[in-house]
Design a protein around this ligand. Structure first.
Ligand SMILES: Cc1cc2nc3c(=O)[nH]c(=O)nc-3n(C[C@H](O)[C@H](O)[C@H](O)COP(=O)(O)O)c2cc1C
Length: 180
């Protein structure tokens, strides 16, 4: 199965990317093919509201860092989305990325993507209470769930948590990948 991992953190070795790497290790050990998109390193524009996707029933036509992504998304069985919390919300570039999935709903309201893609969210925040921003993470993941993706995991890391908490999350991330 193809697994697409989309990361939004600018910290290569920060908790978001570390947890994603653990998940990727598990997924690869389980025999899956992993494709990654580092949103921070890619040049990505917001939805231009051109409605070409609706009028021509096509994926987003913007020729930017997301151009190769749509084929991978259509082929994948699992999507992992990861972001740090900036200003009480998923970081901006990941919201820009999320907005681009507008193209997956056709003009007649039907979906242009196969249902049942497994969805995993991995977030990190400074605030200790890992439930504090749950509505924001739910809102973000909800856009993917509206495209009939099925959530199979949600990891929320706090930079104020203990090393034990972090180690436990790493194990969970590995297991999430292993059990895809
Ligand atoms: C611009 C900016 C805004 C932030 N805003 C918040 C915030 O509102 N709430 C919070 O809990 N943490 C906030 N943080 C802290 C990060 O979410 C936290 O450091 C996180 O662990 C970063 O994960 P990463 O290193 O994997 O990118 C902010 C960090 C930055 C750089």
């Amino acid at each position: 199965m193809k697994v697409v991992v989309v990361t939004g953190s600018p910290h290569p070795n920060g908790p978001c990317n570390t947890l994603c790497q653990e998940l990727i290790t598990g997924a690869k050990e389980a025999g899956h093919q992993v494709v990654t998109y580092d949103i921070n390193a890619l040049s990505i524009r917001g939805c231009q509201a051109c409605r070409t996707c609706k009028e021509q029933d096509v994926d987003c036509i913007l020729q930017d860092g997301l151009a190769p992504y749509w084929k991978d998304l259509h082929e994948c069985g699992a999507l992992v989305v990861s972001a740090p919390n900036y200003c009480s919300q998923v970081c901006g570039p990941m919201i820009t990325y999320m907005n681009r999935h507008y193209c997956l709903i056709r003009g007649d309201g039907k979906l242009r993507i196969h249902p049942g893609i497994k969805l995993i969210g991995i977030f990190s925040q400074g605030r200790e209470d890992t439930q504090a921003y749950l509505p924001q993470y739910e809102w973000f993941l909800g856009d993917f769930e509206n495209r009939k993706m099925v959530r199979t995991g949600l990891l929320i890391h706090s930079a104020r948590g203990s090393q034990e908490d972090y180690d436990a999350l790493k194990k969970q991330a590995y297991q999430l990948g292993r059990s895809l």
